[in-house]
Write a protein that binds this ligand. Structure first.
Ligand SMILES: *[C@@H]1O[C@H](CO)[C@@H](O)[C@H](O)[C@H]1NC(C)=O
Ligand SMILES: *[C@@H]1O[C@H](CO)[C@@H](O)[C@H](O)[C@H]1NC(C)=O
Ligand SMILES: *[C@@H]1O[C@H](CO)[C@@H](O)[C@H](O)[C@H]1NC(C)=O
Length: 395
């Protein structure tokens, strides 16, 4: 909404004056005064426009739609007394404000702080760390009033319930939600799709139970690790086209059947330390190739052919401390053949190293695609077995 006409009109007027300086007729005088009138009107329009511009900007700042600028007269933090025990800090150079509310002791404290007079409704980061008060258990639509954040970091608290609408004012610009190490039992997963800028959601080390039907067009990293009761409902992902990293380790997943994960383009998945005993065809399937798959620490004794979709040439497939006895050629040969720098890690498994692993030592030397610490049940490293032994013992 900038008026660029004004300087041009001024130039036209000067030129007209110069051109007509010597021989001004009545007509020409009239023309000049008409241009002068026009100029005056344009100036008024421009004043009006910049006033409107300014008003729109203020409304945008207030509603959090615009990023603040240092030049803005409404830049400073709220009155510190109004928002105590929260503390607002300004970064003058990069022009943003952070809010640290680690001093609160109750749900009501937050409501009071964020219903006080706020010059701005948009903050860069909110931190609430180490609040060990049983009066701080819930976040809901009233907790932050009209205020929104780009990054939220709530950690080391007894927070249990996060209700729908909590982050509604931040919908368009909340990029990261770090909610690790609380006691979160409920999170409004159904409203995830409204947080259209969110790329990282970290809910690790909480008390989540069943999670399912997730939808988000923006989320790239989802961490649900270390929730001891975590289970997947009928299907974890409904639609998450941007998601590439998924952490589900140290949960209570006992099965991981085809379709349970849902449509995805993941490259990284961590399923370590769950209760998975068996993986049938297409259980761990992505439309991307896997760069990292962690299955370590599961009581996994059986994997079927194609339990995993295509792996990246540099992939790490880790099965440390599982219960695999038979390293089956039909299951593994295709994956090992694909790996160049990648490795399959079979450290600490009860592997039976008889003639059934002779295929690892044929001309393709596929045993080199296993990690250096991969070993037989008796502890013999696979890399220490001389390849010549097999043709001799396993004709
Ligand atoms: C969250 O805040 C805590 C306490 O200030 C800090 O130790 C931690 O690194 C922060 N996490 C992130 C992701 O910024
Ligand atoms: C894990 O699931 C089993 C049932 O499958 C249940 O008995 C057990 O209590 C669960 N563990 C946790 C920590 O929730
Ligand atoms: C695999 O890793 C090697 C060594 O780090 C690297 O040079 C190569 O570009 C990688 N290949 C792909 C396809 O990423």
């Amino acid at each position: 909404m900038r008026f660029e006409i004004l300087p041009w009109m001024a130039v036209v007027l000067v030129l007209a004056n110069v051109a007509l300086a010597s021989t001004k007729s009545d007509k020409e005088e009239k023309l000049i005064s008409a241009i002068e009138d026009l100029l005056e009107k344009l100036e008024k329009i421009e004043d009006r426009a910049s006033f409107l511009d300014e008003s729109i900007r203020r409304v945008e700042y207030k509603t959090g739609r615009a990023k603040y600028s240092r030049a803005d007269p409404y830049f400073p933090c709220p009155n510190p007394v109004d928002i105590a025990p929260c503390i607002c800090t300004v970064n003058e150079i990069e022009v943003y404000m952070d809010m640290d509310c680690s001093g609160i002791v109750s749900n009501e404290d937050l409501r009071r702080v964020f219903s006080s007079t706020m010059p701005f409704y948009r903050y860069r980061q909110l931190t609430i760390a180490g609040v060990q008060s049983s009066q701080f258990t819930t976040l809901d639509e009233f907790s932050f009033g009209p205020v929104g954040f780009e990054i939220v970091n709530i950690t080391g608290t007894l927070l249990q319930f996060i209700q729908d609408g909590t982050f509604a004012p931040s919908e368009e610009y909340l990029t990261a939600l770090h909610l690790t190490k609380n006691k979160i039992k409920t999170f409004p997963f159904e409203s995830l799709k409204t947080l259209t800028a969110l790329t990282t959601l970290d809910l690790s080390y909480n008390d989540l139970g069943i999670v399912q039907n997730l939808e988000s067009s923006s989320l790239r990293t989802l961490n649900l690790g270390h929730n001891p009761s975590l289970e997947i409902g009928s299907q974890l992902i409904l639609s998450m086209p941007a998601l590439t990293r998924l952490y589900l380790q140290n949960g209570n997943l006992s099965s991981f059947d085809p379709g349970e994960l849902g449509p995805n383009g993941l490259t990284y998945i961590n399923l370590a330390n769950n209760k998975i005993t068996n993986l049938i065809k297409d259980s761990i399937a992505s439309t991307n190739s896997w760069t990292t798959v962690h299955l370590d620490g599961n009581p996994l004794s059986n994997v079927d052919v194609n339990f995993l979709s295509e792996v990246h040439v540099n992939a790490t497939i880790a099965l440390v401390g599982t219960e695999i006895v038979e390293f089956d050629k039909d299951v593994w040969r295709a994956y090992l053949e694909r790996l160049t720098y990648g490795k399959v890690d079979m450290t600490n498994n009860p592997l039976r190293c008889g003639c059934d692993i002779a295929w690892l030592y044929d001309a393709a030397n596929l045993y080199t695609k296993l990690s250096d610490t991969s070993a037989c049940s008796d502890g013999t490293l696979l890399s220490d077995i001389p390849p010549e032994a097999f043709p001799f013992h396993c004709p």
